[in-house]
Structures are given as structure tokens and as C-alpha cells.
Design a protein around this ligand. Structure first.
Ligand code: NAD
Length: 289
């Protein structure tokens, strides 16, 4: 460590609360060392009300970048100087790059999702994609898939606090990508969901269903919706194989787990910070098995 950190070392950090469990410092510091890049990466527990001050400190300390996790992503989008197209439509930021004192907010969650699909030989261009969920992960996925050329996005969400956000996201996507067809339905309409999945290329669970304590549940209640040829992706990565993915595997679907999305959103952020490619295979082997 004393050999690696000098008076010139650039600083990057993760902000959010809590952050103590995060694997990001290990993943980034390993990659900096492997590529001989003079940066160090730490994690700061920053509550939502303190995001503005954290970003002022980022400028003061001339930090190169910050990753942003919950619950700070929406406030960070309000506090940066500029937003990427995806971050503007999503209204949330998970990566901030300090470009000569100007803070640019990006959202690489959706990019990570699309890259993870590509890693499994699946592309989104021209595809019909049905997504369960309207929260942070779901919104990033819906926006990025539309920007990347999906033909149609069908969204199912509970009639809870996220439903209004889902309707708003649909309108924003239609404005930004008029060629993409977007529809929103109630997730409790099981017949409609079965019908929509039946005409989809890709089905995505981007809700918290499947994660503890709902690890014995799946958003797909009618298993006749699952068929060979359908790609089923889950954003939940703990457990690695959710009930949805188990059901999908049994039905002969192509299955894509959530861990890869986590890896690839980090790869995209690393590129934005350094201009270099993270050593993906080594990072996957060390930190994502
Ligand atoms: P969020 O709180 O923003 O959204 C939660 C979503 O779940 C909403 O759409 C809500 O309506 C839905 N929901 C809640 N209870 C439900 C129920 N009983 N039935 C149906 N829908 C229900 O959460 P988020 O930040 O979007 O995270 C969602 C999941 O995605 C989490 O499991 C999180 O760990 C995971 N995630 C994974 C990655 C990755 O890189 N793989 C990235 C971000 C989030």
C-alpha cells in the first residue's frame, strides 16, 4: 500500500448508505493495481440529505469519480452539473465523473443489464421485452433497452407507490424514443401478463420478488408463460438462482442471472473513469463466483 499511494494518487469513492458490505472497493482497487493506474477507491457512508455536500467535497478534493448507491441515486441526479441521456430520462445517477471540475452524472445500471444479456448471446435490438417492476433497477433497464433499439417494452407493476413512476417512465421513453412501443399494466392481471410474455422475446424480473424474504416466490404465477426460446433474466442476484430462474430452466428458457449486471455496470463505470477496460475475466473469477 505504501508503495502504491503517493501524493499524486487520484481518489474515487462509493457513496450511499449502508456501504460497508460493498464489493466495489475490492473490485476497483484490484483493477487499478492490475492496470498500473494511479487511483485509489474507498467507500463513504453518505445519507441522502448529505449528497450535495459530498459532491461539493468531490470537487474540492478533485476526485475523479464516484459511484452512487441507494438511497442517494435520485438526489445525486439533482446535484450534478450535467446528465447523460440515460441518467436524465431515468432521473437517477450511479456514476459521477469529474471532468475538469464539472460533475457529469451517468447511469450504468441499464448498460450493465444489456451487456450481461450480450454476454449470454442475447441482444435487445428489435426485441419485445416484458419487464416486471418500476423501481430503480427496472427504470434503468427499460430506458437503456429503449435507447438501444428495443421494439416494444411492456411493463407490469403492482398498484403500489411505484406505479405512478412507471407511468411517468413510459411517457419519458415515448418522448425520447418515439419508435419504441411502451405499455404499462397491473402485475396482478395474471392473464394479461401471460399473454404479453407469450409474445415477448425477453422477460425480466426487476422487482424485489425472489430476494429474501420473498425467495420462495416468483412474479410469474402462470408457468405456461415460460417456453423454450424465451429469454428470462432476473436482476436479483442473491440467491444466484431465484425461483423464477429455476422455473424458467425447467421450462427450457434461456436463463440470465443478476450477478453479471452488477459486474458489467462496474465495467462501464470503470471505462468512464479511466478510459481503460477493466480486466473483466479476472474480476469475474475473483469477485463474482
Ligand atoms: P426498488 O425498491 O426501487 O423497486 C422495487 C420494485 O419491486 C418496485 O417495482 C415494486 O413495485 C416491486 N415490488 C415490491 N414488492 C412486490 C411484490 N410483492 N410483488 C411484485 N412487485 C413488488 O428496488 P430496486 O433498487 O429497483 O431493486 C430491485 C431488485 O433489483 C433488488 O433485488 C436489487 O437487489 C436488484 N438490483 C440488482 C442489480 C444488479 O446489478 N443485478 C442492480 C440494482 C438492483
Amino acid at each position: 500500500m505504501e508503495g502504491r499511494i503517493s501524493g499524486h494518487t487520484g481518489l474515487l469513492a462509493l457513496i450511499g448508505s449502508p456501504v460497508g458490505h460493498s464489493g466495489s472497493p475490492a473490485m476497483y482497487n484490484y483493477s487499478f493495481e492490475r492496470l498500473g493506474l494511479d487511483y485509489a477507491y474507498v467507500a463513504f457512508d453518505v445519507k441522502e440529505q448529505d449528497v450535495k455536500q459530498a459532491l461539493e467535497a468531490m470537487k474540492l478534493f478533485n476526485m475523479r469519480g464516484m459511484n452512487v448507491t441507494m438511497p442517494d441515486k435520485i438526489e445525486a441526479a439533482r446535484c450534478v452539473d450535467e446528465l447523460s441521456d440515460a441518467a436524465r430520462i431515468i432521473g437517477a445517477v450511479n456514476t459521477i465523473v469529474n471532468e475538469d471540475g464539472k460533475l457529469i452524472g451517468h447511469n450504468t445500471d441499464g448498460i450493465g443489464f444489456v451487456k450481461n444479456l450480450e454476454d449470454h448471446g442475447v441482444t435487445v435490438q428489435g426485441k419485445k421485452i416484458t419487464v416486471a417492476g418500476g423501481g430503480g433497477a427496472a427504470t434503468s433497464i427499460q430506458v437503456q433497452c429503449a435507447l438501444d433499439g428495443a421494439k416494444e417494452i411492456t411493463i407490469f407493476n403492482k398498484k403500489d407507490a411505484f406505479f405512478e413512476r412507471t407511468l411517468a417512465t413510459a411517457e419519458k421513453i415515448k418522448d425520447a424514443v418515439p419508435d419504441c412501443i411502451v405499455n404499462v399494466y397491473d402485475i396482478d392481471d395474471i392473464a394479461k401478463m401471460t399473454e404479453e410474455i407469450g409474445t415477448s422475446d425477453i422477460f425480466v424480473n426487476a422487482t424485489i420478488v425472489g430476494m429474501k424474504p420473498m425467495d420462495d416466490q416468483s412474479v410469474v404465477k402462470d408457468l405456461s408463460a415460460l417456453r423454450p426460446g424465451l429469454v428470462v433474466a432476473d436482476v436479483v442476484y442473491n440467491p444466484v438462482e431465484t425461483k423464477l430462474l429455476k422455473d424458467a430452466k425447467e421450462a427450457g428458457c434461456t436463463c440470465v442471472g443478476g450477478k453479471g449486471m452488477l459486474l458489467w455496470q462496474g465495467v462501464a463505470a470503470f471505462k468512464l473513469y479511466t478510459g481503460e477496460d477493466m480486466p473483466v475475466e479476472e474480476v469475474r473469477e475473483r469477485f463474482f463466483q
